[in-house]
Design a protein around this ligand. Sequence first.
Ligand code: PSU
Ligand code: MN
Length: 338
Amino acid sequence: MTWCSALAGWRPRASRHRTVAVVTDFAIRYGEHVTRARRDGRPVVALESTIISHGLPHPDNLRVAHEIEQTVRDQGAVPATIGMIGGELVVGLDDAQIEHLALAEGVAKLSVRDLAVAAARRADGATTVAATSAVAAAAGIGVFATGGLGGVHREANLTFDESADLTTLAHTPIVVVCAGVKSILDVGATLERLETLGVAVAGYRTKRFPGFFITDGGFDVDWELDSPEQVADVIRARADQNVGAGALILANPLPVDQQLDPDLHDRTLSEGLSLLARGGITGKAVTPFLLSHFHESTDGQSLEVNVRIILRNAELAAKIAVATATSATAPLGFSVSA
Ligand code: PSU
Ligand code: MN
C-alpha cells in the first residue's frame, strides 16, 4: 500500500475532495499505536475524553482512563482515546496526552460544533460522545465505548436542552456501547427523540433500557442482541443495505446487584436538580455538575458504579470490534482491517 492510498483510506472525507491527500496543521493526527493497528489490520475501539476531563473527579479520572484502555487491550483490541491537544485532533492519545487532559486546568468540553474553532484557537479539549463519534467514524472506526449517552434534559420543553449526542448519532455510522442515557435526563423523551432521529437502539441481553447508574431506566426497547457476533452482523447488514445513516446504540445495563441503590439514587438526583436550579446552572455545565454532585454526595458509591459501567462497556465494545474485524466479509469503513 502506498503512503497516499493508506492516507486516503484513513481520511475518506478528505480524499473525496482532494486529488492528493494533503496533511495540514489541522488534519487529524493518529497515535502510533492506532497507526500500527491500522497497518496490521487489528480491531480498534474509540474512547471519549469528556468522561475523563469532566465526568470523573481527579485523581481517579487518570487511573480510570488507563483502566479503560487496558480493558480494551485485554480483549485483543486497540484503544483509541480521542481528544484535542494544542488544537490538534488526536485519534489515539498517548499516556502523557491522556494525563494532560485528565489533570490540566481549562480543558474545554468539545462537541462537534466546537472542533474547528478549538483547533484554530489551538485549544486543549475533551471530546463528548457527539464529537468522539463523529471523529471516530471519519477515521473508519466502527465501535465506541462510553458510560452514558447525553440526551433530553428534564424541562427541555422550557430550556431546549437536548444533547448534540442525539442529532450527531442520527448521521454517524458507529456502534455506541453505553449504559443507556444518564438517569439525570428525561429517559422517555430521549428514547422518543432517538426514534425520530433514526438512531437504532438495542439492549444487550435485555429489552429494558438501562438508566446508567440504575439497571432499569423504566422503558422497553424493541430489540435485543445477545452476543458480540450478533452486533457484528448488524454492522454488516447496515453496510450491505446502505439505507439508514444512523448509529446503533447498544445499551448494556449493569447487573442489578451492581447498580447504585435506587433510593440513594433518587434522593441524590432530586437534591442535585434543586441545586442546579438554585445555582442557575445551564448548558454544557449541567451534565458535569450533576455527575460531580453524585460523586460528592454518595460517598464514592456513584463513582464506583460509574467506573464499573465504563469498564464493562469497554470490554463489550472490544469484543464487538474483534468480532467485526474477524468477520470475513467485514465491510470497508467499519473495521480497520486493511
Ligand atoms: N457519560 C459519562 N460521563 C460523562 C459523559 C457521558 O459517564 O461525562 C459526557 C459525554 O461526553 C456526553 C456528555 O457526550 O457527557 C453529554 O453532555 P451534554 O449533556 O452537555 O451534551
Ligand atoms: Mn446540553
